[in-house]
Design a protein around this ligand. Sequence first.
Ligand SMILES: [Zn+2]
Length: 119
Amino acid sequence: MEPSISATDLRHALTNGLPPTGVRSAVGFLRHRLTEKTPQERATVRPPHDTAPRQESHHPKPLIACEGPGPEHLFRPLDDETHCGRCRQDAAWAAHTAKYPPHGPAPVPELGPTVRSVR
Ligand SMILES: [Zn+2]
């Protein structure tokens, strides 16, 4: 059965203009009605919704050379960044440690004799 035929169209095709003398064969009648009276021409195919072209920014950008230190390496920027993720992370760490100097090595507890108050 055509999926594009609505229930209203189907009912209309089956019940409109029934012969007053009755129907001899229900199966033959239905077959005739379904093949002859269904509004095929009205079943227009609707275009799919999502036909809008994708945004230009959704295309992946080409690989570019990172401007960070070290040997030249390529990366694919997501926006307009000039450094790869690793270099930006390193730069962020450098900026962080410059602003918040890391503590020296953790003080080692003295291994001398344990001081107890014996009294
Ligand atoms: Zn880099």
